[in-house]
Ligand binder design. Structure first.
Ligand code: HEM
Length: 205
């Protein structure tokens, strides 16, 4: 479905964009940055190169949604134990105060995902693009050629991947950076190992 050079190229480009957001002696919110990085990469994989996000460098709707998802974690136990109450209260508070819009962040991500899927599928080049979305739709047509595609199922699959890849990668990368800041000697070891690797034509290892 994907080709290694295309994925590597995108990950390298996103990594360099992350590095450009960081300047020496200025505090940086690694968690938020890692979150945007993870979102940009997973949307590339599921929606293809022309419909992925660029939330690392742009102040955009998608960046706001991932930030709101982080805030939402603070009320995680309440959502888990009282889902119906949470749904009712969050809808009410969302209409009363824009500052509490984060309570509906998951719904906003789901709506965003459906809209982006529709836009992606309308792309005249869609059938030739490489993405999970294109792969799922092509396979569904092979299996059940005469039936209409279940768009809700497809949207759920794409959203599932975005959810699975965004938070996990962000937390893992943040934890890694946190641990490395606590152990400068580990940083030295990693730097030494990287320096021993052969440098490619593009200057990367
Ligand atoms: C450090 C990164 C990651 C960790 C630690 C992680 C861990 C996990 C774990 C523990 C599960 C649950 C398995 C189960 O229910 O038995 C899971 C499910 C899943 N992961 Fe990951 N994952 C990571 C990254 C990713 C990425 C990058 C993707 C997509 C490209 C992905 C896609 C999925 C999907 C689609 C599922 C199934 C979700 C579902 O059952 O609805 N994960 N992952």
């Amino acid at each position: 479905m994907y080709t290694v050079p295309a994925i590597e190229q995108h990950i390298q480009e996103r990594s360099q964009t992350v590095l450009r957001q960081i300047s020496p002696d200025t505090p940086v919110d690694i968690y938020s940055l890692a979150d945007c990085y993870a979102l940009d990469i997973i949307t590339f994989l599921v929606l293809g190169p022309h419909h992925s996000t660029q939330s690392v460098e742009n102040v955009c709707l998608e960046r706001q949604i991932v930030m709101d998802l982080k805030h939402l974690q603070f009320v995680g136990p309440l959502r888990l134990h009282c889902p119906i109450l949470f749904d009712y209260v969050s809808k009410l508070l969302d209409t009363l105060s824009p500052g509490l819009a984060y309570l509906r962040a998951e719904d906003r991500l789901a709506s965003w995902c459906q809209q982006r899927i529709s836009a992606t599928m309308k792309d005249p080049d869609f059938d030739n693009s490489r993405s999970l979305l294109q792969h799922i739709l092509a396979n569904l047509q092979n299996v059940r050629p005469k039936q209409s595609t279940d768009h809700l199922y497809v949207a759920a699959e794409i959203l599932d991947n975005i959810n699975a890849a965004e938070a996990t990668v962000a937390v893992t990368a943040t934890y890694l950076v946190w641990r490395l800041t606590e152990h400068p000697e580990w940083q030295q070891k990693i730097r030494k190992e990287l320096n021993e690797l052969a440098v490619q034509e593009n200057g990367l290892v």
